[in-house]
Design a protein around this ligand. Structure first.
Ligand SMILES: *Cc1c(COP(=O)(O)O)cnc(C)c1O
Length: 360
């Protein structure tokens, strides 16, 4: 069996240890005689799985007691709608548009009220994070929205925007658990699991309790109200049981690695290997302004579409897969999430050096 080095942006690489454990438990989860896929979501066994997952996530992020953790479905895309439906009490919200995902969230919110774009980096193909220290924030804004790490463009907020006292809502899909974060600075944090946490099908929402109310936009379906899920500990309907189980294993794996401080150090080291190479390469170039660079998603180009295609083809043959950039930007993108081992990045850079010499 040969595992590849998988640089996919998502669904993405998972820790090999986690996959092996799941494989070993496939036919008989801890003496239950069933796989987790087959058991009732109301069983004692599954109850422990979801409660442990929540507690481990709380430990990793130091989530304050006045925040709820929800395991939901519908991906990040459903949150683009749930957020305005549940939070737009004044029907006003301010969006910072730093990429395609933020733009989609912004467009979705416009269906529900007066959503405004208060800052954008679209003028330079989203290659930087705009200065958000003194934005024109509406005094009636129900929240300010950001996409904290822009998966497609490879940018990340290094400081949070000054929301002038308004609640901050953040899509952290592609940087979830890559480094510590101060949950108390946010009103809502959410992310799809399939980037840095687990399989597709689970979206995790961390939401301050006072925002969970019955006062939602008229017509909001029961399933799209945070209160429905909060009141039922994410078990109002059948949750994505198997996905939650794998997420739980990844949380335990992260704790075993030493937690998020250790992951941050490791992620900085991994990213530096790639960025340092890009900064001195005569063939490859990073596409992002230095002070906005993501630790998780690293886009780069040669400047020649044919050479990009040749690189991707040869890299794939050598076992470095899913390096093609997003269809909207082209070039290459290496996603180097928590589960990408450091030797994966070292070997990729060695391969890039060799390619550069051969194609000089
Ligand atoms: C992948 C991604 C999305 C879209 O996620 P879906 O699960 O496909 O809805 C949204 N935001 C960010 C930051 C992403 O990386």
């Amino acid at each position: 069996m040969a595992r590849v080095y998988n640089f996919s942006a998502g669904p993405a690489v998972l820790p090999e240890e986690v996959l092996k454990e799941a494989a070993a438990e496939m036919l008989d989860y801890q003496g239950s005689g069933q796989s987790v896929m087959e058991m009732s979501h109301r069983s004692k066994v599954f109850d422990k799985i979801i409660k442990d997952a929540e507690q481990d996530l709380r430990d990793l992020l130091n989530i304050p007691d006045n925040y709820k953790v929800l395991f939901l479905q519908g991906g990040a895309h459903l949150q683009f709608a749930m957020i305005p439906m549940n939070l737009m009490k004044n029907k006003v919200a301010d969006y910072i548009v730093t990429g395609q995902w933020a733009k989609r969230a912004f467009k979705e919110a416009q269906k529900f009220g007066d959503a405004k774009c208060i800052a954008s980096s679209e003028d330079k193909t989203f290659s930087y994070i705009p200065d958000c220290s003194d934005l024109l924030i509406d005094e009636n804004a129900d929240y300010v929205y950001i996409c904290e790490n822009n998966t497609i463009y490879g940018t990340k907020f290094k400081t949070l925007p000054n929301t002038k006292g308004k609640d901050l809502v953040a899509d952290v899909s592609s940087c979830f658990l890559s480094e510590p974060m101060d949950v108390s600075k946010y009103a809502v944090i959410y992310g799809g699991a399939q980037k840095n946490i687990g399989p597709a099908g689970v979206v995790i929402v961390i939401i301050r309790e006072d925002l969970i109310t019955e006062d939602v936009l008229p017509g909001t379906p029961t399933m799209l109200q945070y209160k429905t899920h909060a009141d039922n500990d994410s078990l109002y309907n059948t949750p994505p049981c198997y996905g939650i189980y794998i997420c739980g294993k990844v949380f335990k794996w992260l704790k075993k690695q030493g937690g998020l401080e250790v992951m941050k150090e490791r992620n900085e080291k991994k990213a530096a290997i790639l960025y340092d190479f890009l900064d001195q390469s005569k063939l490859f170039k990073g596409t992002v302004e230095k002070n906005s660079r993501s630790l998780m998603n690293v886009p780069f180009v040669t400047g020649d579409a044919d050479l990009d295609a040749k690189f991707i083809k040869e890299a794939t043959e050598a076992g470095f897969v899913n390096l093609k950039g997003h269809r909207s930007v082209g070039g290459m993108r290496a996603s180097i999430y928590n589960a990408m081992p450091i030797e994966g990045v070292e070997k990729l850079v060695a391969f890039m050096k060799k390619f550069e010499e051969e194609n000089a």
